[in-house]
Design a binder for this molecule. Structure first.
Ligand code: AMP
Length: 511
């Protein structure tokens, strides 16, 4: 009974307090026969599965504080594995399923997990590469070596400040950093959002987001469990499945591409969305046009919120009150937000770096004290790296990432301002504006656009269309029409990839 012995030191008190899991589990206790998931998974069966996986992990010698790295397809079992890891005091480390073996190798080296759980097809390669870790498997169907029977173990006591998870940032520039998230950072944010968005046991959430990212893992799953809501738990985005579920669901959480894709289907209409009470969007900017089209088609105004791996959620448009397109609303009730310029807070309405402070903020970057010191101030303010502004009514707008800011001829150009003008041009569906090296100006503005097919569009036409609306230095010097913008799995446009692709457009050829 190795697992039981290992657990013993932390299990010697009668009441086992596990800050996050106790709270997520509590709403199920009196309703174990009720359905949690489509397909008939009851709350009792769900938590029983969590207990079984806890036992399996303990049998793998996972001790409090040990990391459990998981790179598997989304499944109910994968979600249970997150809860099981935290329940036995471990630190859950989800990995994007798109990561290559080399990318995983860097993260494994950095995080030193006790166990890696991967798809069965990757097991032999993982085992060969990571000899210091125990490798277990979990397939998309919920079977694998990690679901083997093992002697039952007690939950492990964990306090609010203990780590529950490490999520690696997407790291488009430089190496990914592991954001350390405590039990209280996760729980406080889920509680705040569940209350603000009025989740309760009569809700059914359509869960189509990946669960290796903060949005699907924490915002969606934690809120549903905490409020006792049901879930339609889909393996990924699927227009048919979402439209089919909508009449019996009440809420959907998505990235902007969910909404644009759903709008592309004629079956989306008011009748289909009549039972829904909440559509949430985040992780990438929602176009104001999408917001308006969604309202016209369904009668619902999408609620846009803003968050990130390091902080969970920071702001939200109001549940009751005006949801303003193009903005991310107000700071959450327990989150402070300020806009900082080089010399301190900027004037109201000015653009500057967004900083946030609150119980939602992470505990630092795993084994990177110098990076932590660069971004997390000693008094708790986190420098998000996003640029934003607050309007007279207090609504916050994200202007872009600081690293995406374009400086051309000494002038600052905020890509979003140019993108908004471009998106209004007839014939343009969407746009991404980047700065690339320019021999005279330092950086030159390049627009990459996707046409909507309504009218013919080319570089000249676009440049002419924006010439009256943008100062000369903001106007794109080059415009490229592409079939689609490069996006990651969360729908974010990959500006670093675009900058690399168009890096040489202003270079003078010496040949
Ligand atoms: P991630 O850590 O992968 O969740 O990425 C966080 C980043 O996504 C933020 O720092 C923002 O740049 C961006 N982001 C998240 N939500 C929004 C939003 N509603 N509007 C614009 N950008 C967003």
């Amino acid at each position: 009974m190795l697992a039981m012995d290992k657990c013993a030191p932390a299990c010697d008190s009668v009441v086992m307090a596990n800050h996050l899991i106790d709270a997520l589990r509590a709403p199920s206790q009196a309703r174990l026969d009720e359905i949690l998931m489509d397909g008939g998974v009851t709350l009792g069966a769900f938590w029983h599965g969590v207990d079984q996986l806890s036992a399996s992990l303990a049998a793998c010698d996972v001790l409090p504080g040990d990391r459990v790295a998981v790179q598997v397809a989304k499944s109910v079992t994968a979600l249970q594995l997150y809860l099981a890891t935290v329940q036995i005091g471990g630190v859950f480390l989800p990995l994007n399923t798109a990561y290559t073996l080399d990318e995983v190798a860097y993260l494994v080296e950095n995080a030193e997990p006790r166990v890696i759980v991967c798809d069965p097809s990757a097991a032999s390669e993982m085992t060969a590469r990571h000899t210091a870790c125990r490798v277990e498997t979990l397939g998309p169907d919920g079977t694998g070596s990690i679901v083997e029977d093992a002697p039952r173990v007690q939950p492990v006591a964990r306090g609010p400040e203990d780590l529950a998870a490490i999520l690696y940032t997407s790291g488009t520039t430089g190496r990914s950093k592991g954001a350390m998230l405590s039990h209280s950072a996760l729980l406080s944010n889920s509680r705040t959002l569940a209350e603000l968005w009025q989740f309760n046991a009569s809700d059914t959430l359509i869960h189509a987001l990946p669960i290796f990212h903060t949005h699907g893992l924490f915002v969606a799953s934690n809120i549903a469990l905490l409020s006792g809501a049901r879930m339609v738990f889909l393996p990924g985005f699927d227009t048919d499945a979402i439209l089919e579920a909508m009449p019996r669901a009440t809420a959907l959480m998505g990235v902007p591409t969910f909404y644009t894709r759903l709008l592309g289907d004629p079956r989306l209409d008011r009748a289909r969305a009549a039972n829904m009470r909440l559509f949430v969007s985040g992780s990438a900017p929602l176009l104001a046009g999408t917001h308006r089209q969604w309202e016209a088609r369904t009668g619902h105004r999408i609620l846009e919120r803003y968050g990130m791996t390091e902080t969970n959620m920071n702001t939200s448009n109001p549940y009751k009150g005006e949801r303003r397109a193009g903005t991310v609303g107000f700071p959450l009730p327990d989150v402070e937000l300020r806009i900082m310029g080089p010399g301190g807070p900027v004037e109201k309405g000015g653009i500057g770096g967004i900083e946030v402070r609150g119980p939602n903020v992470f505990s630092g970057y795993w084994r990177m004290p110098e990076k932590t010191a660069e971004e997390l101030r000693p008094d708790g303010w986190f420098i998000t790296g996003d640029l934003g502004q607050v309007d007279a009514d207090g609504y916050i707008t994200i202007v872009g990432r600081l690293k995406d800011l374009i400086i051309s001829g000494g002038f600052n150009i905020y890509p979003k301002e140019v993108e908004e003008v471009l998106d209004d041009v007839p014939g343009i569906l969407e746009s991404a504006v980047i700065g690339v090296p320019h021999p005279d100006f330092g950086e030159g503005v390049v627009a990459v656009i996707v046409a909507d097919g309504s009218v013919a569009i080319d570089e000249r036409a676009v440049q002419a269309a924006v010439s009256d609306r943008l100062a000369k230095f903001k106007q794109p010097k080059r415009v490229f029409v592409v079939d689609a913008l490069p996006r990651n799995t969360m729908g974010k446009v990959q500006k670093a990839a675009l900058r690399a692709e168009y890096a040489a457009v202003f270079q003078v050829s010496n040949s």
